[in-house]
Design a protein around this ligand. Structure first.
Ligand code: ADP
Length: 775
């Protein structure tokens, strides 16, 4: 029940990464607990002070009494300290303390310095009487002296070859107030730091980086480990050593091999492959290309990432993908300054550390989805990374020294160029990767996706057969996408289902063997297991292993994937006047879009719903104005037969899929057609889709994304497409087989659009003009 009162002098530590505190205290005196008053939340007790009370008054007496004992102790203490290296300031100070301090204080101080177990130290603290304390400490001192003598003896012969180590090591041990286990740990840590320094010196980092690292390691050596900064600095130095300052893979580029590899890995996408080969060819001829950064733009699942990976493969370089979607803090790119707790390098430096070479292919995925926030603009940071004029000395905030990124090959991908910051867009060469046609998808599925899925599921072509018609069914009835990602997933689902069947079949084949070999009881178990499913379900199906290969026909498809998700609903929806099909472009590819209109009694209001952008709303107003001004020409009337279409009439226009924001001028012609149908009471042809911007004068202007839109119409099974005259050139990009399935109507004015959209045309009635003049 004896304790030591102490004064807390300093508290150092932090709660991060885990709570770790170091307390520095000065011992005051010993005390004895008389009565424990309470234990929680912290103990409170009545205590009695045990020593240092009469320290000053009784000093002489005690010295006289203990004269011999204290003299003996003093001698040993001096002997011990003198065995240490006096050139170390701490040792010299200790020597001086021995003479200056009152003798009673010495046992406590020396016990804290010499090598003893905690148990022994506590015993000394428990010893209240000074005499007892002296007596207990002397053997410890003697033991330490003997130990040191032995150590010096054993190390002496080696002194010649390893002089410095012997001279420093034993002293260092004693300087550092050692205790058994801690000492070893500390030693290990010290060794680590020495190793780290060695690594830094032998690494090939730039001169500037080396200078910084050496400075940091010097600080590290002086730092107590308990300081949070210790771990921080160490992590930093370890990263610096790990970075591939000078390490690179050798480019092995041969255009012919690259062409073969690209062709083998990817079906179709000729334009993209051609451009990539050009890019690689220029690289081959002129090393250190400071050309633009390639940026693949297209809907998801069209193989942008996959081509990036192939480029790395052809060049024999490492590949690393950096996902930028949702990144809105520039520190994500450029790192956090090391002053922050939890600071770390940016994704670029991290990527380099991961790949371990300084010339990888970095795929900056989804540059169009970079965000912006109060923490700075990540796009601006990316500019520095991508600019060949600047990126040879890219400075990450965490590293705080320049790193040469000029050897890195950057490729970017995006779904749309619209949201890529202009400055970034300026540095990139955009290569459009449009969606695939159904035929292309079938080929991709059979050449690449199915073999890949079979391999992933451990199946062989002898076990499963997916005919082309089934693939077409999956494409048209179970997916509606520009790329092939969901097709790939559906094929995966089929393979999983087949894998179960195949495994079941194998189980059955092996079962009789096992039953023969197995013991009686085991055997019975198998039999009962077997009997159960057979009695429940189709016996024929389970009794025999399924016939190989398992053929996936439409019925199997329905069993595995459920009822078809997309049916040809187009004609159904066009069974009333006031509906037309438009073609829209979205970052996910082209889509067909229904436009619905209805009229009711009212005051000439136009209501628009379906989350429309400003441009779309303006298109609707334009369409109404044009129809109103041409109402007589086309014999369009409101419900009460008046040519003033908005007289006592409200119009409501709706663009379904209300949750998706829509904008852009290309719905103009569709709105006109839809309203013309509403006011004339005639049905729009059910197999026609259209796109085009309109003007107030009734002209049709060209729009973008024609290829994606045409593919969407083709996917939806439409037959006739009305596009602006000036978009005719875009049709060349479309595969011949798609073009053959469709009829294109080139329209330069709204008259032509309406004529093509309605069965039998939407001709102007010449009578109307005459009638008009009569009036
Ligand atoms: P993206 O990056 O454009 O979203 P991915 O590159 O991830 O798409 O492609 C999705 C999957 O489709 C990949 O498994 C890829 O191999 C496959 N794929 C896409 N296009 C093709 C193609 N033309 N030939 C072969 N496989 C393709």
């Amino acid at each position: 029940r004896i304790g030591t009162a102490a004064l807390a002098v300093q508290v150092v530590g932090s709660n991060w990464p885990k709570p770790h505190y170091t307390l520095l205290v000065t011992g005051l005196c010993r005390f004895q607990i008389l009565q424990l008053l309470k234990e929680k939340p912290y103990p409170v007790a009545e205590v009695e002070q045990l020593d240092r009370l009469e320290q000053f008054t009784n000093q002489h007496k005690s010295e006289e009494e203990l004269g011999e004992l204290s003299e003996q102790f003093y001698k040993y203490a001096v002997q011990l300290v003198e065995m240490l290296d006096m050139s170390v300031p701490a040792v010299a100070k200790l020597r001086r303390l021995l003479d200056n301090l009152p003798r009673e204080a010495l046992p406590d101080i020396l016990t804290s310095i010499i090598r003893t177990s905690n148990q022994e130290k506590l015993q000394i603290l428990d010893a209240v009487r000074l005499e007892e304390r002296f007596k207990m400490t002397i053997p410890l001192l003697v033991r330490q002296i003997e130990g040191l003598k032995l150590l010096q003896k054993t190390r002496k012969p080696k002194q010649d070859d390893d002089k410095r180590v012997v001279a420093i090591r034993p002293n260092r041990r004693i300087n550092h107030i050692p205790s058994t286990t801690e000492d070893e740990e500390e030693e290990e840590d010290h060794d680590d730091v020495v190793m780290l320094e060695k690594k830094i010196r032998t690494s090939s980092m730039s001169e500037q980086a080396l200078k910084v690292c050496l400075k940091e390691i010097k600080r590290l050596k002086k730092m107590p480990q308990s300081m949070p900064e210790y771990a921080l600095t160490r992590n930093y130095l370890e990263l610096m050593v790990e970075l591939p300052w000078n390490k690179s893979t050798k480019d092995r580029l041969e255009i012919r091999a690259a062409r073969i590899l690209l062709d083998n890995d990817h079906y179709a996408m000729e334009k993209l492959k051609k451009r990539v080969l050009e890019y690689l060819a220029v690289r081959q001829l002129k090393n250190n290309l400071k050309g633009p950064i390639l940026c693949f733009v297209g809907p998801p699942g069209v193989g942008k990432t996959s081509v990036g990976r192939s480029i790395a493969k052809t060049l024999g370089r490492e590949f690393h993908r950096i996902a930028l979607g949702g990144v809105c803090d520039q520190s994500d790119i450029r790192g956090h300054r090391r002053t922050y707790v939890g600071s770390m390098p940016g994704r670029i430096i991290n990527g380099l550390k991961t790949v371990g070479v300084n010339n990888p292919v970095f795929l900056l995925d989804e540059v169009d989805k970079l965000g912006k926030s109060l923490q700075g603009d990540p796009a601006a940071a990316l500019l520095e990374v991508l600019d060949p004029e600047q990126n040879h000395s890219f400075t990450d905030h965490y590293l705080n020294v320049a790193f040469d990124l000029s050897q890195v090959l950057f490729i970017a991908t995006a779904n749309t160029t619209a949201t890529i910051p202009p400055a970034l867009l300026d540095r990139m060469e955009i290569i459009q990767v449009p969606g695939y046609t159904q035929e292309e998808k079938i080929e991709i599925a059979h050449r690449h996706l199915i073999p890949k899925q079979l391999e992933q599921h451990g199946l062989t072509p002898q076990q499963i057969q997916i005919p082309q018609v089934t693939t077409l069914d999956i494409i048209t009835r179970y997916t509606r996408e520009a790329g092939v990602r969901s097709l790939d997933r559906k094929l995966g689902a089929i393979c999983r289902a087949v894998a179960v069947k195949v495994a079941e079949g194998q189980h059955k084949e092996t079962k009789p063997d096992r039953a023969e070999v197995g013991e009686g009881e085991d055997c019975k178990e198998h039999v009962t297991e077997d009997a159960k499913p057979e009695s429940i379900s189709d016996t024929a199906d389970l009794a025999l292993p399924p016939e190989m290969p398992i053929l996936i026909d439409f019925h199997a498809l329905k069993d595995i994937l459920g009822p078809p998700m997309y049916e040809m609903e187009v004609s159904e929806r066009l069974s009333q006047p006031g509906v037309a099909i438009g073609l829209a472009w979205t970052p996910l590819g082209g889509e067909i879009m229904f436009v619905e209109a209805s009229r009711m009694d009212g005051e000439g209001q136009l209501t628009l719903t379906g989350q429309l952008g400003d441009v779309m709303k303006e298109s609707a107003h334009l369409a109404i104005s044009w129809l109103r001004s041409n109402a007589k020409r086309y014999q369009l009337t409101n419900a009460s037969g008046s040519f003033d279409l908005l007289d006592n009439t409200d119009i409501h226009l709706h663009f379904p899929a209300g949750a998706v924001t829509k904008d852009g001028p290309s719905a103009g012609v569709t709105i006109v057609t839809c309203l013309a149908s509403l006011f004339s009471g005639r049905l729009v042809c059910s197999d026609v889709a259209m796109t085009g911007e309109i003007t107030l004068r009734g002209l049709v202007l060209p729009v973008g994304g024609i290829k994606d839109k045409v593919l969407a119409a083709h996917r939806a099974g439409l037959k006739r497409i009305i596009i602006p005259q000036r978009n005719e050139k875009d049709l060349e990009e479309i595969a011949v087989n798609v073009r053959q399935d469709l009829t294109f109507v080139m329209a330069s004015c709204l008259d032509e659009v309406l004529n093509a959209a309605f069965d039998g045309g939407f001709a102007v009635k010449p009578r109307v003009d005459r009638l008009n003049s009569k009036l």
